[in-house]
Design a protein around this ligand. Structure first.
Ligand code: SF4
Ligand code: FES
Length: 246
C-alpha cells in the first residue's frame, strides 16, 4: 500500500554555518527506505538535498546519518518501521563528525584513527604479506576468533553513538579499537606485543567507559564494546605476567 509521509531534513547549511530544516512529502510503501525517500526528494523535489550513499544494501557504510535521534544506515532503515515507532521522520547528519554539507560529514579523522591501530596483519617479515607462495592457512577456530569483528563496514555509526568519543576527540573510539582487536586475534598477526603496548593508554582502551552504545547501533553486529573489553583483559594479563597472552 502506498501512503504519503512527511520527512524533515535538518541539514547543515555551510554558508550560514547553521542548521536548516525543510519538510518534504514523499510516497512510501512498506519497503521504502529512508535512502529511497531522500533519493526521491533529490530527483523530484529539491536537488540541493545532499547526502552520501553508494551500495544501497548495507555494505559500503556511506549512508550513515541520524534518523529519529539514532545513528543508523539510511539504506537499511524502512520508513514503515519508523512509523511503527510512532515518530515523525527526521533525518540529521551525524553530530559527532565535522559537518560538511547538509547530511554529509567529514571522515578524515575517522580513517586517521582507523589507520592508527595498524589495521592489517603485522608480520616479522613484512614481505610475507605479499608472497603468495607463503600461504598462511587458518583453521575454523582461528578464523572464528576474529571473523565477527571483521564485518565492519566503516560506517562510523559506533563512533557517533559513543559518549566518550563525542566529548574527547583524543579517544581512538570503538571502530578503530574493534579493528585493533580483530588483527590482534588473527593467528596471522605477529605484532601482539606491539599492539598491546600501543593500546595500553587512556586515548585507547582505557578511555572506554563501557557505555555500550557502539554495539547497540552497529548495523553489522560487530560488537566493538566487547572487542575493547577483550583487549583490556589481554593488556591486564600482559601487565601482570610480562608475557603476551596470545
Ligand atoms: S563497528 Fe559497526 S558501527 Fe562501527 S564502523 Fe564498523 S560497522 Fe559501523
Ligand atoms: S548505501 Fe551503502 S551502506 Fe547504505
Amino acid at each position: 500500500m502506498v501512503s504519503k509521509v512527511s520527512i524533515e531534513v535538518r541539514g547543515f547549511d555551510i554558508s550560514a554555518v547553521s542548521f536548516k530544516s525543510r519538510s518534504y512529502a514523499v510516497q512510501s510503501t512498506e519497503f521504502t527506505t529512508v535512502l529511497d525517500a531522500l533519493l526521491s526528494i533529490k530527483e523530484t523535489i529539491d536537488a540541493k538535498v545532499s547526502f552520501r550513499y553508494s551500495c544501497r544494501m548495507g555494505i559500503c557504510g556511506s549512508c550513515a546519518m541520524v534518523i529519529n535521534g539514532k545513528p543508523r544506515l539510511a539504506c537499511e532503515t524502512k520508513i514503515s518501521e519508523l512509523k511503527r515507532e510512532g515518530k515523525t521522520l527526521v533525518v540529521e547528519p551525524m553530530m559527532g563528525r565535522p559537518l560538511l554539507k547538509d547530511l554529509v560529514t567529514d571522515f578524515d579523522d575517522f580513517f586517521e584513527k582507523h589507520r592508527s591501530v595498524t589495521p592489517w596483519p603485522i608480520r616479522a617479515n613484512d614481505s610475507d604479506r605479499f608472497d603468495d607462495k607463503k600461504a598462511l592457512p587458518q583453521n575454523d577456530y582461528e578464523r572464528d576468533s576474529f571473523l565477527p569483528f571483521a564485518e565492519c563496514i566503516k560506517c562510523g555509526l559506533c563512533l557517533d553513538a559513543c559518549p566518550v568519543a563525542n566529548t574527547n576527540k583524543e579517544f581512538t573510539g570503538p571502530q578503530a579499537l574493534a579493528q585493533a582487536y580483530r588483527y590482534y586475534a588473527d593467528s596471522k598477526d605477529q605484532g601482539a606485543r606491539k599492539r598491546l603496548e600501543y593500546l595500553d593508554s587512556m586515548e585507547n582502551v582505557w578511555g572506554c567507559e563501557f557505555a555500550g552504545a557502539c554495539s547497540v547501533v552497529c548495523p553489522k553486529n560487530v560488537d566493538p564494546a566487547l572487542a575493547i573489553q577483550l583487549l583490556k583483559a589481554e593488556i591486564a594479563k600482559y601487565r601482570l605476567t610480562g608475557k603476551v597472552p596470545k
